[in-house]
Write a new protein. Structure first.
Ligand code: PLP
Length: 385
Protein backbone atom coordinates (compact mmCIF):
# COMPACT_ATOMS: atom_id res chain seq x y z
CA UNK A 1 0.00 0.00 0.00
CA UNK A 2 1.56 3.31 -1.02
CA UNK A 3 0.97 6.72 0.50
CA UNK A 4 -1.14 7.70 -2.52
CA UNK A 5 -3.56 4.78 -2.21
CA UNK A 6 -3.72 4.71 1.57
CA UNK A 7 -6.39 6.42 3.61
CA UNK A 8 -4.69 8.70 6.09
CA UNK A 9 -6.90 9.53 9.06
CA UNK A 10 -4.23 10.48 11.60
CA UNK A 11 -3.96 14.18 10.86
CA UNK A 12 -3.98 15.17 14.54
CA UNK A 13 -0.69 13.27 14.88
CA UNK A 14 0.77 15.00 11.86
CA UNK A 15 -0.24 16.13 8.38
CA UNK A 16 1.21 15.61 4.96
CA UNK A 17 3.41 18.56 3.96
CA UNK A 18 1.48 20.62 1.41
CA UNK A 19 2.99 20.66 -2.09
CA UNK A 20 3.38 24.46 -1.93
CA UNK A 21 5.24 24.11 1.41
CA UNK A 22 7.50 21.38 0.01
CA UNK A 23 8.28 23.62 -2.99
CA UNK A 24 9.11 26.49 -0.61
CA UNK A 25 11.34 24.18 1.43
CA UNK A 26 13.33 23.12 -1.63
CA UNK A 27 13.68 26.73 -2.79
CA UNK A 28 14.94 27.80 0.64
CA UNK A 29 17.33 24.84 0.90
CA UNK A 30 18.85 25.20 -2.54
CA UNK A 31 18.43 28.79 -3.74
CA UNK A 32 17.67 31.19 -0.92
CA UNK A 33 19.97 29.51 1.59
CA UNK A 34 21.56 32.56 3.19
CA UNK A 35 21.62 33.25 6.91
CA UNK A 36 19.14 36.04 7.73
CA UNK A 37 21.84 37.61 9.97
CA UNK A 38 24.43 37.81 7.15
CA UNK A 39 25.16 41.28 5.81
CA UNK A 40 25.24 40.41 2.10
CA UNK A 41 22.57 40.10 -0.54
CA UNK A 42 21.87 36.40 0.09
CA UNK A 43 21.47 37.23 3.78
CA UNK A 44 19.15 40.11 2.88
CA UNK A 45 17.05 37.83 0.70
CA UNK A 46 16.80 35.32 3.56
CA UNK A 47 15.84 38.12 5.96
CA UNK A 48 13.00 39.28 3.71
CA UNK A 49 11.73 35.69 3.55
CA UNK A 50 11.74 35.59 7.34
CA UNK A 51 9.84 38.86 7.54
CA UNK A 52 7.30 37.72 4.98
CA UNK A 53 6.71 34.34 6.70
CA UNK A 54 6.21 36.09 10.04
CA UNK A 55 3.64 38.43 8.50
CA UNK A 56 1.71 35.52 6.97
CA UNK A 57 1.56 33.60 10.24
CA UNK A 58 0.62 36.74 12.18
CA UNK A 59 -2.25 37.30 9.75
CA UNK A 60 -3.60 33.79 10.35
CA UNK A 61 -4.00 34.35 14.10
CA UNK A 62 -4.73 38.10 14.24
CA UNK A 63 -1.35 38.93 15.80
CA UNK A 64 1.20 41.55 14.86
CA UNK A 65 4.42 40.07 13.41
CA UNK A 66 6.58 41.19 16.36
CA UNK A 67 4.34 39.15 18.69
CA UNK A 68 5.59 35.87 17.16
CA UNK A 69 8.63 33.87 18.19
CA UNK A 70 9.50 31.01 15.85
CA UNK A 71 10.31 27.78 17.70
CA UNK A 72 10.91 24.11 16.97
CA UNK A 73 7.22 23.30 17.44
CA UNK A 74 4.39 23.02 19.92
CA UNK A 75 6.35 21.43 22.74
CA UNK A 76 9.04 24.10 22.79
CA UNK A 77 6.46 26.89 22.53
CA UNK A 78 4.57 25.52 25.53
CA UNK A 79 7.76 25.20 27.60
CA UNK A 80 8.78 28.69 26.56
CA UNK A 81 5.46 30.15 27.73
CA UNK A 82 5.53 28.35 31.08
CA UNK A 83 9.16 29.31 31.72
CA UNK A 84 8.36 32.92 30.88
CA UNK A 85 5.57 33.05 33.46
CA UNK A 86 7.86 31.48 36.08
CA UNK A 87 10.13 34.51 35.58
CA UNK A 88 7.26 37.02 35.39
CA UNK A 89 5.64 35.90 38.65
CA UNK A 90 8.38 34.13 40.65
CA UNK A 91 6.53 34.47 43.95
CA UNK A 92 3.30 32.91 42.66
CA UNK A 93 4.03 29.20 42.60
CA UNK A 94 0.61 27.79 41.83
CA UNK A 95 -0.08 26.76 38.23
CA UNK A 96 -3.60 25.85 37.18
CA UNK A 97 -4.24 23.60 34.19
CA UNK A 98 -6.58 20.75 33.26
CA UNK A 99 -6.41 16.97 33.46
CA UNK A 100 -6.70 16.60 29.68
CA UNK A 101 -3.76 18.68 28.48
CA UNK A 102 -1.23 17.30 26.05
CA UNK A 103 1.76 15.57 27.64
CA UNK A 104 3.95 18.44 26.37
CA UNK A 105 2.30 20.56 29.07
CA UNK A 106 1.66 17.94 31.73
CA UNK A 107 5.14 16.42 31.74
CA UNK A 108 6.78 19.84 32.03
CA UNK A 109 4.46 20.86 34.88
CA UNK A 110 4.99 17.55 36.67
CA UNK A 111 8.74 18.23 36.59
CA UNK A 112 8.08 21.64 38.21
CA UNK A 113 6.22 19.99 41.09
CA UNK A 114 9.59 18.75 42.30
CA UNK A 115 10.81 22.36 42.36
CA UNK A 116 8.33 23.91 44.75
CA UNK A 117 5.44 24.48 42.33
CA UNK A 118 1.89 23.42 43.09
CA UNK A 119 0.17 22.18 39.94
CA UNK A 120 -3.62 22.04 40.05
CA UNK A 121 -5.28 20.00 37.30
CA UNK A 122 -8.94 20.85 36.91
CA UNK A 123 -11.09 17.81 36.08
CA UNK A 124 -13.41 17.61 33.07
CA UNK A 125 -16.84 15.98 32.91
CA UNK A 126 -17.94 12.94 30.89
CA UNK A 127 -18.06 15.15 27.77
CA UNK A 128 -14.56 16.45 28.30
CA UNK A 129 -15.88 19.88 29.29
CA UNK A 130 -14.67 22.21 32.05
CA UNK A 131 -16.86 23.98 34.58
CA UNK A 132 -16.12 27.72 34.48
CA UNK A 133 -17.06 27.90 38.19
CA UNK A 134 -14.45 25.30 39.09
CA UNK A 135 -11.84 27.17 37.09
CA UNK A 136 -12.85 30.40 38.80
CA UNK A 137 -12.54 28.82 42.26
CA UNK A 138 -9.14 27.30 41.45
CA UNK A 139 -7.57 30.62 40.50
CA UNK A 140 -6.24 31.97 43.78
CA UNK A 141 -3.96 34.90 44.63
CA UNK A 142 -1.03 32.48 44.59
CA UNK A 143 -1.74 31.46 40.99
CA UNK A 144 0.80 32.72 38.45
CA UNK A 145 -0.32 30.84 35.35
CA UNK A 146 -3.47 29.35 33.89
CA UNK A 147 -2.65 27.10 30.92
CA UNK A 148 -5.17 25.17 28.86
CA UNK A 149 -5.91 23.71 25.47
CA UNK A 150 -8.05 25.30 22.81
CA UNK A 151 -8.90 21.98 21.11
CA UNK A 152 -8.17 18.57 22.56
CA UNK A 153 -5.91 16.42 20.36
CA UNK A 154 -7.66 13.16 21.25
CA UNK A 155 -11.35 14.10 21.24
CA UNK A 156 -11.41 17.44 19.44
CA UNK A 157 -13.39 18.93 22.37
CA UNK A 158 -13.11 22.71 22.40
CA UNK A 159 -12.63 24.69 25.58
CA UNK A 160 -14.37 28.11 25.84
CA UNK A 161 -10.98 29.77 25.69
CA UNK A 162 -12.25 33.31 25.47
CA UNK A 163 -14.33 33.01 28.67
CA UNK A 164 -11.56 31.10 30.46
CA UNK A 165 -8.91 33.64 29.54
CA UNK A 166 -11.15 36.51 30.69
CA UNK A 167 -11.73 34.89 34.09
CA UNK A 168 -7.98 34.46 34.59
CA UNK A 169 -7.05 37.92 33.29
CA UNK A 170 -9.58 39.56 35.63
CA UNK A 171 -7.54 38.03 38.46
CA UNK A 172 -4.23 39.28 37.04
CA UNK A 173 -3.12 35.74 36.17
CA UNK A 174 -0.98 35.03 33.10
CA UNK A 175 -2.72 32.89 30.49
CA UNK A 176 -1.21 30.42 28.04
CA UNK A 177 -3.26 28.55 25.45
CA UNK A 178 -2.08 25.39 23.70
CA UNK A 179 -3.73 26.01 20.34
CA UNK A 180 -1.73 23.35 18.49
CA UNK A 181 -4.90 21.53 17.38
CA UNK A 182 -6.89 24.70 16.72
CA UNK A 183 -4.68 26.87 14.52
CA UNK A 184 -5.37 26.18 10.86
CA UNK A 185 -8.56 24.25 11.65
CA UNK A 186 -10.80 26.98 13.02
CA UNK A 187 -10.60 30.76 13.26
CA UNK A 188 -8.06 31.73 15.92
CA UNK A 189 -7.89 35.46 16.56
CA UNK A 190 -5.72 36.62 19.44
CA UNK A 191 -7.20 40.11 19.18
CA UNK A 192 -10.47 38.62 20.49
CA UNK A 193 -9.09 36.16 23.05
CA UNK A 194 -7.13 37.76 25.89
CA UNK A 195 -4.37 35.17 26.21
CA UNK A 196 -0.81 36.30 26.95
CA UNK A 197 0.81 33.34 25.20
CA UNK A 198 -0.43 30.94 22.53
CA UNK A 199 1.40 27.92 21.14
CA UNK A 200 1.08 26.52 17.63
CA UNK A 201 2.82 23.86 15.57
CA UNK A 202 3.41 23.75 11.81
CA UNK A 203 3.16 20.01 11.22
CA UNK A 204 -0.48 19.97 12.30
CA UNK A 205 -1.52 22.04 9.27
CA UNK A 206 0.68 21.24 6.30
CA UNK A 207 4.11 22.59 7.29
CA UNK A 208 7.00 20.23 8.11
CA UNK A 209 7.77 18.85 11.56
CA UNK A 210 10.17 20.82 13.72
CA UNK A 211 8.79 24.32 13.28
CA UNK A 212 6.19 26.22 15.26
CA UNK A 213 5.67 29.49 17.01
CA UNK A 214 4.81 31.10 20.30
CA UNK A 215 2.55 34.14 20.28
CA UNK A 216 3.64 36.55 23.04
CA UNK A 217 1.28 39.49 23.49
CA UNK A 218 2.86 42.91 23.02
CA UNK A 219 4.16 44.20 26.35
CA UNK A 220 4.56 40.71 27.86
CA UNK A 221 8.14 39.66 28.48
CA UNK A 222 9.13 36.20 27.23
CA UNK A 223 12.20 34.68 28.83
CA UNK A 224 14.34 32.90 26.26
CA UNK A 225 14.73 29.15 26.71
CA UNK A 226 17.76 29.49 24.43
CA UNK A 227 19.27 32.93 24.95
CA UNK A 228 20.77 34.52 21.86
CA UNK A 229 20.26 37.44 19.54
CA UNK A 230 17.73 36.01 17.07
CA UNK A 231 13.98 36.49 17.42
CA UNK A 232 14.54 39.81 19.24
CA UNK A 233 16.53 38.01 21.92
CA UNK A 234 13.68 35.61 22.63
CA UNK A 235 15.20 32.56 20.91
CA UNK A 236 18.84 32.21 20.02
CA UNK A 237 20.19 30.02 17.21
CA UNK A 238 20.16 30.43 13.44
CA UNK A 239 16.56 30.37 12.33
CA UNK A 240 15.15 27.22 10.70
CA UNK A 241 14.38 29.36 7.69
CA UNK A 242 13.19 26.62 5.31
CA UNK A 243 10.75 25.42 7.98
CA UNK A 244 9.68 28.96 8.85
CA UNK A 245 9.03 29.89 5.21
CA UNK A 246 7.06 26.65 4.74
CA UNK A 247 5.09 27.54 7.89
CA UNK A 248 4.28 30.93 6.35
CA UNK A 249 3.00 29.21 3.21
CA UNK A 250 0.98 26.75 5.33
CA UNK A 251 -0.54 29.71 7.19
CA UNK A 252 -1.59 31.33 3.92
CA UNK A 253 -3.14 28.09 2.68
CA UNK A 254 -4.92 27.55 6.00
CA UNK A 255 -6.35 31.05 5.86
CA UNK A 256 -7.73 30.39 2.36
CA UNK A 257 -9.25 27.10 3.54
CA UNK A 258 -10.86 28.76 6.56
CA UNK A 259 -12.53 31.28 4.25
CA UNK A 260 -13.87 28.49 2.02
CA UNK A 261 -16.42 25.73 2.56
CA UNK A 262 -13.67 23.29 3.55
CA UNK A 263 -14.28 23.37 7.34
CA UNK A 264 -17.99 22.66 6.71
CA UNK A 265 -17.04 19.83 4.35
CA UNK A 266 -14.72 18.30 6.98
CA UNK A 267 -17.52 18.64 9.53
CA UNK A 268 -19.94 16.89 7.17
CA UNK A 269 -17.46 14.04 6.58
CA UNK A 270 -17.01 13.68 10.35
CA UNK A 271 -20.79 13.35 10.72
CA UNK A 272 -20.90 10.86 7.84
CA UNK A 273 -18.23 8.75 9.57
CA UNK A 274 -19.87 8.86 12.99
CA UNK A 275 -23.42 8.25 11.74
CA UNK A 276 -22.29 5.47 9.39
CA UNK A 277 -20.34 3.64 12.10
CA UNK A 278 -23.13 4.05 14.65
CA UNK A 279 -25.60 2.55 12.19
CA UNK A 280 -23.31 -0.42 11.54
CA UNK A 281 -21.88 -0.97 15.01
CA UNK A 282 -24.82 -0.05 17.26
CA UNK A 283 -23.17 -0.08 20.68
CA UNK A 284 -20.31 2.35 20.01
CA UNK A 285 -20.02 5.86 21.51
CA UNK A 286 -18.30 8.97 20.31
CA UNK A 287 -16.27 10.41 23.19
CA UNK A 288 -17.07 14.09 23.71
CA UNK A 289 -19.96 14.15 21.22
CA UNK A 290 -22.13 16.34 23.46
CA UNK A 291 -19.46 19.05 23.54
CA UNK A 292 -18.48 21.52 20.83
CA UNK A 293 -15.66 19.92 18.84
CA UNK A 294 -13.13 20.96 16.23
CA UNK A 295 -14.19 19.67 12.78
CA UNK A 296 -12.45 16.44 11.80
CA UNK A 297 -11.75 14.59 15.06
CA UNK A 298 -13.67 11.46 16.02
CA UNK A 299 -12.83 9.56 19.19
CA UNK A 300 -14.63 6.26 18.68
CA UNK A 301 -15.27 4.27 21.84
CA UNK A 302 -15.83 0.59 21.04
CA UNK A 303 -17.16 0.06 24.56
CA UNK A 304 -14.37 -2.23 25.72
CA UNK A 305 -15.43 -4.84 23.13
CA UNK A 306 -11.97 -5.20 21.61
CA UNK A 307 -8.45 -3.73 22.03
CA UNK A 308 -7.91 -0.70 19.77
CA UNK A 309 -4.43 -1.91 18.89
CA UNK A 310 -5.82 -5.06 17.24
CA UNK A 311 -8.33 -3.08 15.21
CA UNK A 312 -5.75 -0.48 14.18
CA UNK A 313 -3.38 -3.18 13.03
CA UNK A 314 -6.08 -4.72 10.82
CA UNK A 315 -7.06 -1.30 9.47
CA UNK A 316 -3.43 -0.56 8.73
CA UNK A 317 -3.13 -3.75 6.72
CA UNK A 318 -6.02 -2.47 4.59
CA UNK A 319 -4.19 0.84 4.12
CA UNK A 320 -6.27 2.82 6.63
CA UNK A 321 -4.11 4.72 9.11
CA UNK A 322 -5.67 5.92 12.35
CA UNK A 323 -4.55 5.91 15.95
CA UNK A 324 -5.49 4.95 19.48
CA UNK A 325 -5.95 7.88 21.82
CA UNK A 326 -2.99 10.13 21.15
CA UNK A 327 -0.09 9.10 18.93
CA UNK A 328 2.33 9.70 21.80
CA UNK A 329 0.66 7.19 24.10
CA UNK A 330 -0.04 4.77 21.25
CA UNK A 331 3.51 3.42 21.58
CA UNK A 332 2.64 1.91 24.93
CA UNK A 333 -0.58 0.20 25.94
CA UNK A 334 -1.35 2.54 28.84
CA UNK A 335 -4.86 3.94 28.57
CA UNK A 336 -5.10 7.56 27.49
CA UNK A 337 -5.07 10.00 30.43
CA UNK A 338 -7.58 12.16 28.54
CA UNK A 339 -10.15 9.39 28.23
CA UNK A 340 -9.63 8.27 31.84
CA UNK A 341 -10.09 11.91 32.93
CA UNK A 342 -13.42 11.88 31.05
CA UNK A 343 -14.57 8.96 33.19
CA UNK A 344 -14.05 6.08 30.75
CA UNK A 345 -12.92 2.85 32.36
CA UNK A 346 -9.61 1.32 31.34
CA UNK A 347 -11.20 -1.13 28.91
CA UNK A 348 -13.16 1.57 27.13
CA UNK A 349 -10.10 3.80 26.92
CA UNK A 350 -8.05 0.95 25.50
CA UNK A 351 -10.74 0.24 22.92
CA UNK A 352 -10.96 3.80 21.61
CA UNK A 353 -9.85 4.69 18.08
CA UNK A 354 -9.08 8.21 16.92
CA UNK A 355 -9.84 9.22 13.35
CA UNK A 356 -8.60 12.68 12.39
CA UNK A 357 -9.53 14.04 9.00
CA UNK A 358 -8.09 16.83 6.87
CA UNK A 359 -9.05 18.83 3.80
CA UNK A 360 -7.57 15.96 1.78
CA UNK A 361 -10.09 13.43 3.13
CA UNK A 362 -12.80 12.41 0.67
CA UNK A 363 -16.33 11.05 1.08
CA UNK A 364 -15.24 7.86 -0.72
CA UNK A 365 -12.49 7.28 1.82
CA UNK A 366 -14.94 7.73 4.69
CA UNK A 367 -17.34 5.28 3.04
CA UNK A 368 -14.55 2.70 2.79
CA UNK A 369 -13.92 3.04 6.54
CA UNK A 370 -17.64 2.65 7.24
CA UNK A 371 -17.68 -0.44 5.01
CA UNK A 372 -14.60 -2.20 6.42
CA UNK A 373 -14.49 -1.28 10.12
CA UNK A 374 -17.53 -3.27 11.33
CA UNK A 375 -16.17 -6.50 9.85
CA UNK A 376 -12.73 -5.80 11.31
CA UNK A 377 -14.21 -5.19 14.76
CA UNK A 378 -16.20 -8.43 14.59
CA UNK A 379 -13.12 -10.34 13.44
CA UNK A 380 -10.99 -8.84 16.22
CA UNK A 381 -13.70 -9.67 18.78
CA UNK A 382 -13.68 -13.32 17.73
CA UNK A 383 -9.90 -13.48 17.82
CA UNK A 384 -9.61 -11.82 21.23
CA UNK A 385 -12.14 -14.16 22.90
N1 PLP B 1 -0.13 20.21 22.05
C1 PLP B 1 -1.03 19.48 21.38
C2 PLP B 1 -2.48 19.67 21.68
C3 PLP B 1 -0.62 18.54 20.43
O1 PLP B 1 -1.53 17.80 19.79
C4 PLP B 1 0.77 18.40 20.19
C5 PLP B 1 1.26 17.37 19.23
O2 PLP B 1 0.71 16.29 19.13
C6 PLP B 1 1.67 19.21 20.89
C7 PLP B 1 1.18 20.09 21.81
C8 PLP B 1 3.15 19.11 20.63
O3 PLP B 1 3.47 19.70 19.39
P1 PLP B 1 4.85 19.33 18.63
O4 PLP B 1 4.68 17.95 18.09
O5 PLP B 1 4.97 20.35 17.55
O6 PLP B 1 5.93 19.46 19.64
Amino acid sequence: MTASTSIYLDNNATTRVAKQCADALVRMLTACYGNPSSKHSLGDAAKSELISARAKLAMLIGATPSELVFTSGGTESIHHAITSVMALAPERRRIVTTTVEHSATLKFLEALEGHGYEVVKIPVDRNGELSLDTVDRSLTDETGLFSCLWANNETGVLFPIEALARIAKERGIWVHCDAVQAVGKLPVDVSLVPVDFLSLSGHKFGAPKGVGALFVRKGVKATALHPGSQERGRRGGTENLPGIVALGVAAELAQQRLQSDIPARIQALTHQLEAGLKAELGSIRINGDKAPRVPGTTSLNLGGMVPAEMVLDKLDRKGIHASAGSACSAAGSAPSHVLIAMGLDENEALSTLRFSLSHETTADQIQIVIDVLPEIVREAMNESQ
